[in-house]
Design a protein. Structure first.
Length: 355
């Protein structure tokens, strides 16, 4: 289906109890079964958002005040950030770890036996990415990634908080400052996404707070192939909430969006090429409440994403440079090839990974 055909479609989404109807212009297939599936998925998201607005789901007063103010506005401003791929050679380090060339990434699926447009190819993806489970194999990628985060992503995330750096304060498990931002949590290792050519959507519409991520999260999306357009893109909810826009990017660009607040999903990849990309998350420390009901896993009573675990912590020194002061670790919450397929979140849906 062409982009023009996709953008012209309108679907009425009906809640399961038929009490609410919302009209959403969606870039999706005209196939009735797929439209109905999308409608059910969107209704689930709408129900989650309605429940999430209840008082018992609120973060601490400090975080809520920031999200309602200028910081919240900045958080939801999307940006495309360009970085020097020679200084931060993510693509080269990634391909080297897998034992392939950067040029092969767009057609990596052609090496899979019995390739089918109807298959998710989870086993093929797991085998492709398995070398990353070895610390020494991913060491160069980790080093390049940390530099990119500390020198490009973390300063951008910190800019969401108005003001300038000041004296550091310690608020329980939250490291912050009383004016501006001098501490940022960032994902210890990126999520790897491989979207092969396929006749179906690999990621359903969702917001990341459905999977315990804090609402103050910024997502950064980095393609490792020359260009992602058409069916290889991530679809982002528009500001109106009634339409979607594709996140089209080139190698050397980072697409920033507020993934815990703005819905996103994929469509069928009809381009004939793979989308290989990394995505990573960063949270200004003032927007992280470790006791938020969103973060806590009922079975453990602990946050799903914690400093020293999912997150590394970056702090700004007096010289203005950002340094990693607490190292996180690779975990199954980062998806393939680390995913624990038996994990299910408290709302009954599996973690979306490797898509």
């Amino acid at each position: 289906m062409s982009g023009a055909e996709a953008s012209s479609l309108t679907l009425s989404l009906v809640e399961e109890d038929a009490s609410d109807v919302a009209t959403v212009r969606m870039p999706f297939s005209t196939d009735k079964a797929r439209r109905e599936r999308f409608a059910r998925q969107w209704a689930r998201l709408a129900s989650f958002r309605e429940n999430r607005a209840a008082p018992e789901w609120r973060d601490c007063a400090q975080v809520e005040a920031l999200l309602r103010g200028e910081a919240g506005k900045r958080l939801r401003q999307r940006r495309v950030i360009r970085y020097d791929a020679n200084v931060y050679p993510l693509q080269d380090a990634f391909a080297e770890a897998l034992g392939v060339t950067p040029e092969e990434l767009s057609t990596i699926h052609t090496a899979w036996s019995s390739f089918s447009l109807e298959s998710s190819h989870f086993a093929d993806k797991a085998a492709l990415l398995r070398p990353l489970t070895e610390p020494h194999v991913r060491a160069r990628l980790q080093e390049v990634y940390d530099r990119l985060m500390l020198e490009v992503v973390v300063p951008d995330a910190a800019s969401v908080i108005p003001g300038t750096p000041a004296n550091m304060l310690k608020r329980g498990d939250v490291v912050g400052c009383d004016d501006g931002c001098s501490a940022v949590l960032y994902q210890a290792f990126p999520c790897v996404r491989v979207q092969q050519p396929c006749n179906f959507a690999t990621i359903r519409p969702h917001t990341d707070d459905m999977y315990h991520h804090p609402r103050g999260t910024l997502n950064y999306y980095a393609p490792l192939v020359p260009l992602i357009t058409g069916g290889r893109t991530l679809q982002l909810e528009a500001a109106s909430g009634t339409s979607f826009v594709p996140l089209e990017l080139r190698h050397g660009e980072l697409g920033r969006f507020a993934g815990a607040m703005d819905a996103h999903f994929t469509i069928a990849n009809d381009t004939g090429l793979c989308r290989v990309s990394l995505d990573m998350r960063a949270v200004p420390a003032q927007l992280y409440d470790p006791l938020s009901p969103t973060l806590l896993v009922p079975e453990t009573g602990k946050p799903a994403y914690a400093i020293g675990d999912y997150y590394s912590l970056a702090e700004r020194g007096e010289d203005g440079a950002w340094r990693k002061t607490v190292a996180g670790r690779v975990s199954e919450r980062m998806g393939f090839p680390f995913v624990n397929s038996n994990y299910n979140n408290r709302r009954g849906g599996p973690i979306v990974a490797g898509a």
